[in-house]
Design a binder for this molecule. Sequence first.
Ligand SMILES: [Zn+2]
Length: 171
Amino acid sequence: MKCEYCDIIEEKNNLLYEDDDVVVAVRDVAVTPGQISVIPKQHFTIFEQVPPDIVTKCSIMANKVSVSVFEGLGSQGTNIIVKNGTGAGQTVPHFAMDIIPRQEEDGLNLQWQSKQLMEDEMDMAFSTLKDALNPTAITVKKVKDESVKPEKVKEEKGKENYMLKSLKRIP
Ligand SMILES: [Zn+2]
């Protein structure tokens, strides 16, 4: 059985951009008009499984989409969200980055209340994470991204603008 995102990729539903590794799709079920998902074509369930070159590509595309949303939809901000794991509200078992166009006073509440940690909670979190993020334990391969060239994105720009303009008309 295929997942919702694999279906979007296969059926090419509302795709703004597509290359060998990622697609960018406008969502027809969205928290605000113009919500866009950057989705790796290969089915990775969670962030941890996504290879560094694909993470790089998704991040580059999320940034480009965010700029398009600012320019095309006149947004005042974007939330770029990864729901990583069911505990974080992930409902589709396929990694994606969602770009949500925002306006001041748009009524969308993505805020959460922070609280002051107890000293032992802070110590525990700090020491555990510091060990996990030890620089010697992290190897990030330098990625030369050949497939997201400015020319390629430029080719898609006409279509992208058209799609974004269409979205403006949605009430
Ligand atoms: Zn999938």
